[in-house]
Design a protein around this ligand. Structure first.
Ligand code: NDP
Ligand code: MG
Length: 378
């Protein structure tokens, strides 16, 4: 029986992870939230973890009162999140928190010898080299949950050990596909939150609208599959049925297809290498009809260009890109800046924050902090 800790169990990925648990044999050792304690209490009563955490300290106090009649340990703050990642007795940790806050618990889980079912892409964007080196050293697996990276992972299973010549990363194009750079200047928050194919947390929904999500995924793929960014192609595929593809030396292309439903990649990360029946709807190709493909427009969506330059430069640039983007997206969600300013703020941070070629963990945390300050101040 697998022992699983779910970090961010109250979010979009977290709740879908809980949803597939009946399909797999698993014991839950830890659950965490930021402040959605009503849902966390419900999950805790149903799944009986050893420990839970609310990162928001006031919420943790209330959660402790709610769970006083149980023997579940209630922790608080980012230290509590790290404890849930590393000391709940899990063999696999699902990292479904959003943002850079996932980095420390992920490293702690790796150090504790846990495999990682990785949804939290910001961790690899900020500290890909550190995380992948540590995972190799500790002989733990990083199993991708992100649908594109799961698709690549599934294709790699069929590669027979042959090296990849290219990765083809598909992108839905988001709600603003086809808009010109001029039209992008007047889009609203409400429009940006309407994703055509996926229902996700607010941060990644905005990242999909700017296409920074694909930029972050380019860097995620670069670290997961040890591929230079120039060998990772981004193609818009409006229907989100082909989740990504790989190309070999002879030009053959392998792709993984399915309906857009995160429960399949989540489940595969938890049952790999086995495949079990999954709740997700089955793909009916005739119903899907036709597929469309386009090159991304880097003028209307400058985030792709910014992520490529951060990927090419490596060092601390991923941390700067991710930190500035997190702060700029938060500012946009709060109504403080316009949509097009998100990329402008990120670009400014990339130019302003001091470059560090071989960053340590503390360099990465500092770069993230500085990038957020630049992004907020403009
Ligand atoms: P959500 O915003 O829906 O959920 C995030 C989870 O993390 C919630 O449990 C939330 O708690 C918690 N959280 C928020 N802020 C903090 C914090 N500061 N400290 C600790 N915990 C926190 O996000 P998603 O599920 O959409 O995304 C999670 C990760 O997975 C992201 O990195 C995203 O890029 C990635 N991902 C998501 C996909 C999706 O379909 N949603 C697809 C592929 C990747 P609370 O409920 O209290 O807010
Ligand atoms: Mg994705």
């Amino acid at each position: 029986m697998k022992k699983i800790a779910i970090l961010g169990s109250t979010g979009s990925i977290g709740t879908q992870t809980v949803d597939i648990l009946p399909s797999i044999e698993a014991e839950i050792t830890a659950l965490t939230t930021f402040h959605r304690i009503d849902l966390l209490e419900k999950q805790a009563r149903a799944l009986h973890p050893k420990m839970v955490c609310a990162v928001d300290e006031a919420a943790a106090k209330d959660l402790k009162t709610k769970l006083a009649d149980t023997d579940i340990e209630v922790l608080a703050g980012e230290d509590g999140l790290v404890t849930c990642a590393a000391a709940s007795g899990a063999d696999t940790v699902v990292t479904a928190v959003v943002g850079m806050v996932g980095l420390k618990p992920t490293l702690a889980a790796i150090d504790a010898g846990c495999d990682i079912a990785l949804a939290n892409k910001e961790t690899l964007v900020c500290a890909g080299k550190l995380v992948m080196d540590r995972a190799r050293e500790k002989h733990v697996k990083i199993l991708p949950v992100d649908s594109e990276h799961s698709a690549i992972f599934q294709c790699v299973q069929a590669a027979g050990g042959n090296p990849l010549a290219k990765i083809i990363l598909t992108a839905s194009g988001g709600p603003f596909f086809g808009k010109t750079a001029a039209e992008m200047r007047s889009v609203t928050l409400e429009q940006a939150l309407q994703h055509p194919n996926w229902s996700m947390g607010n941060k990644i929904t905005i990242d999909s609208a700017t296409m920074m999500n694909k930029g972050l995924e380019l860097i995620e793929a670069m670290w997961l599959y040890d591929m230079p960014q120039e060998d990772i192609e981004i193609v818009i595929h409006r229907e989100s049925i082909i989740h990504s593809a790989i190309e070999f030396a002879d030009g053959a292309v392998l792709a993984q297809l399915g309906v857009p439903d995160m429960r399949l990649p989540i489940q595969y990360a938890l049952t790999y290498p086995a495949r079990l029946p999954c709740k997700a709807e089955r793909l009916n190709l005739a119903k899907a009809g036709s597929f469309s493909f386009y090159e991304p427009d880097e003028t209307a969506f400058p985030s792709i260009r910014l992520a490529r330059s951060a990927a090419a430069g490596r060092g601390n640039l991923g941390a700067v890109l991710s930190g500035a983007n997190e702060a700029a997206v938060a500012a946009f969600l709060a109504g403080d800046i316009a949509f097009y300013e998100i990329a402008e703020r990120v670009e400014k941070a990339l130019l302003d924050v001091r470059f560090v070629k071989e960053p340590t963990l503390s360099d990465i945390l500092e770069s993230d902090r500085e990038a957020r300050v630049r992004a907020v101040n403009g």
